[in-house]
Design a binder for this molecule. Structure first.
Ligand code: GLU
Length: 386
């Protein structure tokens, strides 16, 4: 099965409405807390052993696998007897993660070693991937590990991450890692089959959506709230899908509650696939599109939205309002008149100057600021559509 599928290019399969993890040269597999940890706070060892066996077999066939694993907070909370699964306060979550992570790492190391595969731990904070230099560093380390045959097991470094600078959920972390390492695919193993038209627990008519070619506001409206032990619900999974797509990675949400989840997905196709757009942006733009934090927002008019969609730069004339405090080169969101973010870019002017240039023609820049270093508020090379 794996050998046959691996002859087919991944894009051809996705084009046909399929996405087979087996054809990915580099694959990120995210494992959620509720799959990995029982309500009593124990690792579901037999379940994980099966999954690790499947991943190790793929690794042996030459596929490069990266695991993003949750579970540290849920495990550690039980060991420390903390309320609310360790999520009552940031300090609880940090302490729980410190205890749970060491156990998690040990379990992965043992299980992979049983198949002759070296596991490697990588603990990342949001900033490690938001800062371009650190992002490149993370990517170089992950590259080196997978090329040397190891399987990185990645989690957020919850013990040092503070509330303001956290991913908070591993769905987005997995997508961002997928983007950083230029994975072909990201699989989110979840306690649910995929995205449904409604909440399947409450709505008997809710049906599974097998393919989401584009993330529309209607699709986003179908995502319910957060459930289960982990912190990511469908909302964070859709945000992950957006990050993955902007990074040129295909993504799928599939159930991990079945035997051999990856093989079942390959043979039966049960899950929700989010294909990457055909033309993925260049590497620097991928990093920009996947950023989670921005320093400010420029609200632009309809004409400017159209111009950006045609690949043009953002000129001051199309900017209606500026919010936030930013320096030149900081990352800012660009929103249409309805407030919906349509693009993201590196500011060509600091926020105090951007405010003064709102609605002005480019030839007026010198008169307004006393100098005119550049015509565009954001140059098209520094801008990515979302
Ligand atoms: N990083 C958290 C942990 O290891 C999990 C985040 C999530 O639930 O997605 O427990």
């Amino acid at each position: 099965m794996v050998a046959a599928l691996s002859q087919i290019p991944v894009d051809a399969l996705v084009g046909a409405g399929l996405f087979a993890p087996a054809v990915c040269r580099r694959l990120v597999v995210k494992i959620g807390s509720s799959l990995l940890v029982t309500a009593e706070g124990q690792v579901r060892r037999a379940w994980l052993a099966d999954l690790v066996a499947a991943l190790a077999a793929r690794r042996a066939q030459g596929q490069q696998i990266l695991v993003v694993s949750s579970g540290a907070v849920a495990l550690g909370a039980r060991r420390l007897k903390l309320a609310k699964g360790g999520r009552a306060s940031l300090e609880d979550a940090q302490a729980a993660a410190a205890v749970g992570q060491i156990e998690l790492a040990q379990v992965y190391a043992e299980l992979f070693a049983g198949h002759g595969v070296q596991a490697a731990q990588m603990l990342l904070t949001l900033d490690d991937l938001e800062d371009r230099r650190r992002y490149l560093n993370v990517r170089a380390t992950a590259d080196r590990l997978v090329e040397a045959g190891a399987v990185p097991v990645i989690n957020e470094n919850d013990t040092v991450a503070t509330a303001e600078i956290r991913f908070g959920d591993n769905d987005r972390l997995a997508a961002r890692v997928g983007q950083a390492v230029e994975a072909d695919g990201v699989i989110l193993l979840s306690d649910i089959d995929g995205l449904y038209t409604g909440d399947p627990k409450r709505d008997p008519d809710a049906t599974l959506i097998p393919l989401v070619p584009v993330l529309t506001p209607e699709i986003e409206a179908m995502a319910g709230g957060t459930t289960g032990m982990g912190s990511g619900g469908m909302v964070s999974k859709l945000q992950a899908a957006r990050i993955a797509a902007s990074g040129g990675c295909h993504m799928a949400i599939i159930s991990g509650k079945v035997d051999h989840p990856l093989a079942r997905f390959e043979s039966q196709g049960i899950g929700t696939v989010f294909p990457a757009p055909e033309a993925a942006p260049v590497a620097r733009k991928r990093w920009l599109a996947g950023r989670l934090t921005v320093a400010g927002t420029l609200v632009i008019d309809d004409g400017a939205v159209t111009a950006l969609r045609q690949g043009r730069s953002l000129l001051p004339a199309g900017v209606r309002a500026v919010s936030g405090g930013f320096q030149r080169g900081d990352v800012v969101d660009i929103a249409g008149p309805d407030g919906r973010v349509v693009a993201r870019g590196l500011a060509g002017y600091p926020s105090d100057e951007a405010v003064r240039l709102c609605g002005r023609k480019s030839h007026e820049i010198e008169a307004v600021l006393g100098y005119a270093p550049r015509a565009a508020m954001i140059h098209r090379d520094d801008l990515v559509m979302l």
